[in-house]
Design a protein around this ligand. Structure first.
Ligand code: ADP
Ligand code: MG
Length: 697
């Protein structure tokens, strides 16, 4: 299909299809549900379901599924066919309203963090009409929320939808207090830039570490890495071009606005960015994007790696969550705008973000924490583990002037009053980019750059929406009570800048000086996932979620438990894989090579000539010592794994994993990588780094 506008969304039950296929009343009722979150009557649902089914069957579908996002971070689906027995032993194709609205998957095997015992198997999925149904692999997929029999939330969509409602409500209160009479809703928008690696499938198949953990647990550096900076935005190789083309097409069919593609900093690393859309849809689309990227890769005999750190020594992969908020009548509230009045409004929303990020650094940090992302954050390739905001020089100068009540002098020497209402217009891109900042203002949105590539962006966006809503709530309280709104507004902005400017940092986030400076400022530096997760349960945070109806205290605790448990399991799997590879592949390879060297040595000596055997002897000596050391470290790692069973508390176990197991893993790898540099290629059991990262042409 070459006609892209025709191809776009052809597998989506979108507005256009609804309009064509639904009776007018049904269409209207459904639009109302989508726009205003109203419940859908069952008879309306029946009509919608039937139309969906007919449409899906015409497109070759035979099944439907409630597509949901459990706490695994990926999506889940259970397919049911449309067949229903009828007379004469035949079947008809049927899909009822109640099947569209609600599903009851046996949910006992999804992570619930102790919320539900296995015998309470029942879980419910509920249709999210704000995200369109679509067809994937012959199945009609209905985006749904997922909760337990007792009503506890078991997924990532429900709290995200709640957080969107909360920020809508609070932002509207602020807008109304500021005199806005035209906007009805405020929605957050997200564009998620997705990084990934491609490796050859045949090579991948030979590496248990990639298969079981998604990253290389061993691997000596290749002679060349990314030091020449020749891959970033470089010409794309033909095999990758073909892959990217198919990914784009598959995504377009599903209505995903795939827009930009390019080579990234590391060899074999690439990026795909969509055009932003409403947060809920953006999250669904990012999940679909990751799935399609993996699936299409296989067709090209490639494997798409979404792990945050597949290879040591070159950059890992992240995901930049571009976030903003706009009204239904098209005002981007983080856009500086042109009129002074709009500038004041902009500054207030900006201040809400500044205050939120400062007060809830811990939540933002933990929303991106994972075993995989621990390899990136603070490793000079991604932001540090310290959360801070980049605003750029001009904005910072403006805020400084507001804080001190001084006159702001615009760069072109035009003199401006510092009163908020007389703030100058400052256009996009007046300052340079700061690629090192974890949370950067980029003209009319914030770019949260700490997310790992494999992460579901629902988590960080639940946090972002909720914390900013919380600040807007407090601002609205002040503005609603104020006799002089303009004065109150100015004071809010000035006080926020005064109290929270410590979170603003425009310098180099990768530098050691910043780590020191941040400590002086009292900013948190939660270096690893196990350090960050427990903050979820801090009273301040539990109260935040409770106040806005996002999570109950029990749900917070269960989520915290799931995060810690996932971390522990990831480390355990990596450690077991390392032991297996070292014992069964690496050590034998090295021993066999030593044996060959020894045989050579013997044969040489048996010639009873005075031939020099220095190389053989040196290598045998060196490798034998390394093999001993390897063997010892395998045992040490194995012994530390045995201790896991002594822990009943996930939090303590996570600390043990980080301190003991990860340390033992690193020291095992160190020897194995050195051995790799000495053993002949024909003995080495795996494709090496050079093969893997330069192997796709
Ligand atoms: P850059 O990262 O170079 O600033 P782009 O303008 O290409 O560049 O934006 C990167 C991502 O941010 C894209 O996915 C884009 O759709 C998204 N984006 C742009 N505007 C917004 C917005 N108002 N809200 C959310 N995301 C946005
Ligand atoms: Mg960007």
């Amino acid at each position: 299909m070459n006609n892209i506008p025709e191809m776009f969304g052809c597998m989506v039950f979108n507005k256009k299809v609804m309009k064509e296929r639904l009776p007018k009343d049904t269409y209207k009722a459904l639009q109302k549900t989508i726009k205003e979150g109203k419940n859908l009557e069952i008879d309306v649902a029946n009509v919608v379901a039937n139309a969906m089914k007919d449409w899906a069957i015409e497109k070759g579908a035979t099944h439907y599924t409630h597509w949901f996002q459990p706490m695994t971070g990926i999506t889940a689906e259970k397919h049911d066919s449309f067949i229903t027995p009828s007379k004469d032993d035949s079947v008809i194709m049927e899909f009822k309203g109640k099947e569209l609205i609600k599903g009851e998957p046996d949910a006992s095997s999804f992570p619930s963090g102790g919320l539900r015992a296995t015998f309470e198997a029942r879980g419910y999925t509920a249709w999210d009409p704000t995200s369109y149904a679509f067809i994937k692999d012959g199945t009609l997929c209905i985006p749904t929320a997922f909760c337990s029999y007792g009503g506890e939330v078991l997924d990532k969509k429900t709290p995200l939808l709640r957080s969107m409602e909360v920020i809508d409500k609070q932002a509207m209160r602020v807008l109304t207090a500021l005199g806005n009479t035209t906007s009805k809703h405020v929605r957050t928008t997200v564009g998620a830039e997705q990084e990934y690696f491609l490796v050859d499938k045949d090579m991948y198949n030979k590496r248990k570490d990639l298969i079981f953990t998604g990253r290389t647990l061993y691997g000596a550096k290749a002679p060349k890495g990314q030091e020449l900076e020749d891959h970033y935005f470089g010409a794309i190789k033909p095999r990758v071009v073909a892959y990217m083309k198919e990914v784009d097409e598959e995504l377009w069919k599903l209505g995903v606005l795939a827009k930009t593609k390019h080579n990234e900093a590391a060899p074999a690393q690439h990026e795909l960015a969509p055009i932003y859309t409403t947060t809920n849809i953006s999250c669904d689309h990012n999940q679909l994007t990751m799935e399609i990227m993996k699936k299409v890769a296989l067709k090209h005999n490639l494997v798409c790696l979404l792990h945050e750190k597949p290879f040591e020594g070159v950059n890992g992969s992240g995901k930049h969550n571009n976030w903003s908020l706009s009204t239904d009548d098209g005002i981007n509230l983080l856009s500086p705008g042109k009129s002074p009045h709009k500038n004041a409004q902009f500054l207030l929303f900006l201040c809400a973000v500044i205050k939120a990020v400062d007060e809830y650094q811990d939540l933002l940090r933990l929303s991106v924490a994972s075993a995989g992302n621990d390899h990136r954050l603070g490793a000079n390739e991604a932001p540090p583990a310290i959360v801070s905001i980049f605003l750029g020089d001009e904005l910072e100068e403006i805020l400084d002037a507001i804080e001190s009540g001084k006159t702001y002098v615009k760069k072109e020497k035009a003199i401006m009053e510092t009163g908020v209402h007389s703030l100058p217009n400052f256009v996009k891109d007046t300052t340079d980019r700061n690629r090192t900042s974890p949370f950067a203002f980029t003209g009319n949105k914030f770019e949260f750059r700490m997310c790992g590539s494999a992460l579901s962006i629902a988590g960080p966006n639940i946090i972002l929406n909720t914390i900013v809503a919380d600040e807007l709530d407090k601002f609205a309280d002040v503005l609603e009570k104020a006799d002089d709104v303009e004065k109150a507004l100015n004071e809010l902005i000035r006080d926020t800048v005064r109290e929270h400017k410590r979170i603003i940092f425009n310098g180099n986030n990768y530098s050691d000086e910043w780590v020191e400076e941040a400590e002086k400022r009292g900013l948190l530096n939660l270096k690893t996932a196990p350090d960050a997760f427990p903050y979820f349960k801090h009273e301040k945070n539990i109260n935040l979620f409770l106040r806005h109806g996002i999570f109950t205290p029990t749900e917070v605790c269960s989520r915290c438990e799931i995060l810690l448990d996932n971390y522990n399991k990831a480390i355990n799997i990596e450690a077991l894989t390392m032991i297996d590879m070292a014992r069964k592949d690496i050590l034998p390879a090295s021993v066999f090579y030593v044996n060959e060297l020894a045989q050579t040595l013997c044969s040489k000596k048996s010639l009873s000539l005075s031939i020099n055997c220095g190389v053989e002897e040196a290598l045998i000596t060196k490798l034998s010592a390394l093999n001993d050391s390897l063997y010892e470290r395998i045992n040490e790692l194995e012994e530390s794994l045995v201790c896991i069973k002594d822990y009943t508390d996930v939090e303590k176990l996570a600390i043990f994993c980080k301190e003991k197991i990860v340390t033992n893993m690193n020291s095992l790898r160190e020897v194995a990588d050195e051995i790799e540099t000495l053993v002949a290629n024909k003995y080495w059991p795996y494709p090496n780094y050079a093969d893997l990262i330069f192997g796709v042409q």
